[in-house]
Design a protein around this ligand. Structure first.
Ligand code: BGC
Length: 401
């Protein structure tokens, strides 16, 4: 006897064979359309050139079913592009960067990179740990910035594709040797980027060491939710922080945690980035003068314990919304003050003053010299483990009255 399932299967098969051509092609077309609207989660890899020392660089392309597409290369673990739909479904690349490896090698102000071993500044490039003083490169005036001369943004990472229930991704691995850039201990790092089914770019950081050291890894993406059509001054920013860490003229925290309330640093309510950035020059906030605009660390409310909403950015003309969630206690909001139009990036876009903003989740700058800040020390047997999520959605335009 034939089972009902088998009969159904045969009928479907016969229908496919005997249906008139037009019906079949209409079916095929609608299937293709369906496919186009909801592409499968996928990860692909292709060569992206090689560095002068001869190491080959690969480019991983991650796609999800919500229209997101991320390109990530093994040099610097850099997010080269990130395609995100706007409120009308039109997709644009919303991160700054270059279209080829050569340009990244020539001049990269950390576009899209993983920064390490220590993201942001360490005062005078010195710190003491267990009674031993360590000296790092002074690559930012007298201070040490973003891991030194050859930080994690300038090395080739090993990589493998990943595909699991949560999404598709790439796992990047780098072994930073004992003494590299002056830091003690061999540091084994893994950074995993996942594009999830919830329209998130999730970054998981993991590191272990064989000697006591300091670690502070972050992602240095420059975002522009207009798709780089104009500067970022009209983006509305919310930072979930009541305090920030004021800095001196060299952008080193003074050690104070200062309330943002009533100051230009207050983003508790969504506020356009440009609303208070350039008030009249005479009364200009001292902190903004030091940074040439915003370039500070905010102390996240409830941060440093579990995954918490740190920031939300809304771009009114496209409706794009980006939320940042993190397990880190701080976030560096830098608004591209040092971009000056001398860099031409992907698709011929000229990156003028404040054409991109960074939201770098982190421990506070100069923590190795600030006993009052959450510690960045990692010891053998311990695990450095943090997670940050950049989540994308859209919002309808506000109605005009
Ligand atoms: C720093 C800025 C620096 C930028 C690019 C940010 O994390 O806070 O001061 O100019 O990175 O290097």
């Amino acid at each position: 006897m034939l089972s009902p399932g088998l009969i159904g299967g045969l009928t479907a098969c016969m229908l496919t064979i005997f249906l008139p051509q037009t019906v079949q092609s209409r079916d095929a077309a609608s299937a293709a359309k369906k496919k186009e609207v909801k592409p499968e989660m996928n990860v692909e890899v292709k060569p992206f050139g090689e560095i002068p020392e001869g190491q080959k660089v690969d480019l991983y392309t991650l796609t999800n079913s919500g229209g997101l597409k991320a390109e990530i290369m093994t040099y610097g673990a850099i997010v080269v592009s990130l395609q995100v739909p706007d409120r009308g479904g039109k997709t644009d690349d919303i991160v700054l960067g270059y279209g080829n490896l050569t340009d990244y090698l020539a001049n990269n102000p950390y576009f899209g990179a993983i920064v390490g071993r220590y993201g942001n500044r360490i005062g005078k490039g010195k710190f003491a740990l267990d009674g031993v003083e360590y000296s790092l490169a002074a690559n930012n005036g007298e201070n040490h910035l973003h891991g030194g001369i050859k930080g994690f943004d300038k090395v080739v990472w090993k990589a493998e594709p990943i595909k699991h229930r949560d999404g598709v991704g790439v796992k990047l691995m780098y072994l930073s040797k004992d003494g590299e850039e002056g830091y003690p201990g061999s540091l084994n790092c893994t950074v995993t980027y996942t594009l999830t089914g919830r329209n998130e770019l999730k970054i998981e950081y993991l590191a272990t060491t064989d000697k006591p050291t300091v670690v502070n890894l972050t992602h240095h993406g420059y975002f522009n939710l207009t798709g780089c059509q104009r500067d970022i001054m009209g983006h509305e920013l919310m930072l979930n922080a009541d305090l920030f860490t004021p800095v001196d003229a060299g952008l080193i925290p003074t050690g104070e945690l200062r309330p943002v309330r009533g100051t230009v640093m207050d983003f508790a309510r969504p506020t356009p980035i440009g609303a208070r950035i350039d008030p009249d020059a005479v009364n200009r906030d001292e902190q903004l003068k030091f940074g040439g605009g915003y370039d500070h660390n905010w102390v996240l409310n409830g941060g440093g314990r579990s995954l918490t909403l740190a920031a939300r950015v809304y771009e009114p003309t496209t409706g794009r919304v980006m939320e940042v969630l993190t397990t880190e206690p701080g976030i560096q909001f830098y608004c591209g003050n040092f971009l000056d139009g001398t860099i031409t990036g992907k698709n011929g876009f000229v990156y003028k003053h404040r054409y991109g903003f960074c939201l770098e989740t982190q421990h506070y700058p100069d923590s190795p010299n600030k006993p009052g800040f959450p510690s960045t020390v990692l010891r053998p047997g311990e695990k450095y483990q943090t997670t940050t999520i950049y989540r994308f959605s859209t919002r309808k335009a506000a109605r005009l009255r």
